[in-house]
Design a protein around this ligand. Structure first.
Ligand code: NAD
Length: 437
């Protein structure tokens, strides 16, 4: 049984499983969140909206969001907000760990000064600060908060040793000490930028290979037989989630401040952000092939969340796609078994606000846009649809058959995640398009 008490600030995708793990490992834990709904929903963890418990905590772990503003500049408000509240109650001897993803330098240049100013204490002398970027992959049964190796950087040697010892006590994996806070921060940004770049590469291949009649998935699977120096990534109609389409901007902007342009990262962001537009072009071409137009077409959009098996809508490309299709006069009915209707509608409106769209909801055809219609079941979504677009590879959609779609009058399928049985669809009378296949 451990004696140290731990406070976890921010009880979202990262903070909640962490707090639960720390509690299971025998620590006394308090979770803090500014969202009253989060507090009300907890029944198995001591939680609070006040930061009082920081006063008596041995370790305080900050897991608040790090989004970007509409202009893609890093939004550090939640981090500075949390650091301000923690600083107000900080006692001597506390270890403060930032787990939120930040660009290199933020812990030293932003978090520590806020903690010092609010507490009147001195970092390195009265309290210590570490950065241990979270690597959680929501929906992954094998790699979770308790099994993923971690890197840690800290402001002092003693702080580093204490942070490493703490994480070793809760995680069944290696804890890798880094030489500095900055390097620990850079590790996380590099990991997610690596993924963004690799996805951009296969997205580009998908567009190129479609023109050569080469199936990009077959090629990637072929390349993946090489047992070293290749890692399979697959194309799709866009990258989503709180990390991959966001974190590269943190590095891009940080480097810009030093007079360096990350061309490669910016290109990757551009390619991946363009994928919903490519999906619209594929839809338009497919409909034209059938003598139909996108304007007035009824589209069943299957999947709203950014990845299979989870109900996370953050940065989900499906909403950009919906917006683009609607502007062209298409009528969209969306269905996602993981998303409640009110959550989908609120994201739809939030998306429109965030991207500064006209707000009048008039399409390019001059007609009022119909607005998103949400179906309560797969059958309802398919009813009367001319086109099906699979935007998320949820397991519920993988078994869709051509006959099932044809029975509802569907004539064209765009498999935006290459998750359907291509051979079956090619054999059928339905027009089928995948991403690069
Ligand atoms: N979601 C992921 O898969 C994932 C994976 C690895 C790393 N991360 C990183 O972890 C961090 C947290 O991400 P998340 O997905 O858990 O976010 P989240 O939005 O799911 O949760 C964050 C929580 O923090 C709370 N919060 C915001 N400001 C606060 C404040 N000032 N004080 C107290 N609570 C506050 C919010 O109400 C929310 O409940 C981000 O930096 C993210 O980049 C996320």
């Amino acid at each position: 049984m451990q004696s140290q008490s731990v406070v976890v600030v921010g009880l979202g995708y990262v903070g909640l499983p962490l707090a639960q793990l720390v509690q299971r490992k025998g620590y006394s834990v308090t979770g803090i969140d500014t969202d009253p709904a989060k507090i009300a929903a907890m029944d198995d963890l001591p939680v609070a909206s006040s930061f009082e418990s920081v006063k008596s905590a041995g370790i305080v772990i900050i897991c608040v969001p790090t989004p970007v503003y509409a202009d893609k500049l890093p939004n550090l408000e939640p981090v500075t907000g949390a650091a301000t509240s923690v600083g107000k109650h900080l006692a001597k001897g506390t270890l403060v760990v930032l787990e939120s993803t930040v660009n290199p330098g933020v812990t030293e240049a932003v978090v520590i000064p806020v903690l010092e100013e609010q507490s009147g204490l001195t970092a390195g002398q009265d309290f210590t600060v570490a950065h241990c970027p979270e690597r959680i992959n929501p929906g992954d049964a094998k790699w979770h908060v308790g099994t993923i190796p971690r890197v840690v950087g800290a402001s002092t040697e003693a702080g580093l040793a204490r942070a490493v010892e703490f994480y070793q006590s809760i995680i069944e994996a290696d804890i890798y000490p880094m030489a500095s806070l900055k390097e620990a921060e850079a590790v996380k940004i590099v990991e997610n930028s690596f993924r963004d770049i690799n996805i951009a590469f296969v997205n580009e291949l998908a567009i190129s290979f479609a023109k050569m009649d080469i199936d990009v998935v077959n090629v990637i699977n072929g390349a993946a037989t090489k047992p070293f120096a290749f890692m399979a990534h697959y194309p799709g109609i866009g990258v989503g989630g709180h990390c991959i389409p966001v974190d590269p901007y943190y590095l891009i902007n940080r480097a810009k401040q030093n007079g360096f342009d990350h061309d490669f990262l910016q290109l990757a962001r551009r390619i991946n952000s363009h994928m919903p537009e490519y999906a619209v072009a594929l839809t338009t071409d497919g409909l034209n092939e059938l003598g139909l137009a996108l304007n007035g077409a009824h589209i069943a959009l299957l999947g709203l969340s950014y990845k299979p098996g989870v109900g996370d809508l953050r940065e989900a490309p499906a909403f950009t796609l919906i917006d683009l299709l609607e502007k062209k006069g298409a009528r969209i009915t969306a269905y996602d078994p993981y998303i409640a209707k009110d959550a989908a509608l609120s994201e739809y409106h939030e998306h429109a606000r965030h991207h500064k769209h006209d707000g009048t909801l008039v399409g390019e055809n001059g007609k009022a846009r119909t607005g998103l219609h949400l179906a309560g079941s797969l059958t309802d979504a398919l009813q009367g649809a001319d086109v099906v677009i699979v935007a998320t590879g949820h397991s519920e959609f993988l078994k869709l058959t051509p006959a099932q779609l044809q029975a509802h009058g569907v004539r064209f399928v765009l498999d935006g995640r290459n998750c359907l049985d291509k051979a079956k669809f090619i054999e059928s009378k339905l027009l089928y398009r995948g991403l690069g296949r």
